[in-house]
Ligand binder design. Sequence first.
Ligand code: ARG
Length: 461
Amino acid sequence: MAQLWGGRFEKNTDAMVNDFNASVRFDSRLFLEDVKGSMAHVKMLAKQKILTEEEAQSILVGLKGIADDVADGKLEITSEYEDVHSFVEASLIDRIGEAGKKMHTGRSRNDQVALDMRLYIRDEIDETADLLKGLLETLENLIEKNTETYMPGFTHMQKAQPVTLAHHLGAYFEMFRRDRERLISVRERMNFCPLGSGALAGTTYPLDREYTAKLLGFSGICRNSMDGVSDRDYVIEFLDALSLVMMHLSRFCEEIIMWNSNEYGFVELDDSYSTGSSIMPQKKNPDIAELIRGKTGRVYGELMSMLTTMKGLPLAYNKDMQEDKEGTFDAIDTVRNCLELFTGLLSTTKFNKKKMKQSASGGFTNATDAADYLVGKGVPFRDAHAVVGKLVLNCIKKGISLDELPLTDWKAECPKFGRDIYKAISLKTCVEKRTTAGGPGAMDKEIEENRKYLKGEKENG
Ligand code: ARG
């Protein structure tokens, strides 16, 4: 195995140890970040006269050549190397000779890997935030089209009060907006450069850490070098933010799975986002939504795994930290796939407005409005609640809904009921009168706010 060390060893490492210790199989994903970080480091070394201009130029050209060759498939990152950092350095020395041996001056793999991981996660945050924006746009589009699509709102899985599809989807808009803002705030907190922390205690060379940080687009440097090499909070915060994205996707999928069942029939999934059964010809299954729900556990697992890996680590760098990569990469791939697929699934789903309206009309979802009607006539709410409770019981016994109850029955329970009760408990009125900010009758304000957010007119936009 090509290694960066070996001087003080008298024997080769055992093959199985090599294998167990190596990370190139997965950290090759940090290749571009590694090259980018090395370029910035070398530019800084030249500016500080630690390297000559010629040496720096030759290293920069060499690094660019390596990046091009890997992109073209002319050079392969093989398991012959311990990790991606070894691959880049060994390839550079192969390519340019002596000057290549100077690249690692004033640097350790500890601050190097901390840098690579930060650069990688920073980009992934931006990409996830963009995917979330795409989902928010899809949601907003549906919200605007469905302000009059009535459906039952549930509590305890029991029909509670009528809402609209716009209002229901509006709740998810809020969740995914918070997810996006959360990611952006993780980015702000992590955007500091660890390079220059060295192995743990900085270096004796006159590095200009601020300069390197600036070249790499960081807002500053990690202030303490021991923290610089051993902080993985940002990995955990990122996985936490991804877990919340998955939690929200999973709740939404759960609803779609229910709505897609024969019993609800609120939605029909597009053929392109459904699957069939090998035995039951009639089946059209919501496998994609189920898989997204299922993969949530996997992302939570990566979060727990990282929290556990870090919990007992003394300062500063420990090899345990190499375990931050596979789980994080898996979580990134999972969330990216889920967000893309879910956005496609949602935008192709057909909502059965008739079925939703029918469902909102049953189950006495307008009972609160009947009580509110009496409150409007001066009856205290608690008394009105009792009156309507009795009317509901009456309806249940008769097997009818409140809308079908004859006026005489209403009046028998409370003489304050008049013919206008029917209009007061119609679905349209029930929804339109709920104009409290945030309610289903105030969707115009939410829509306006959502539009502003999507146009980037809001902070964190
Ligand atoms: N592959 C290592 C990691 O991911 C790189 C840092 C190695 N540093 C060391 N002192 N062995 O953490």
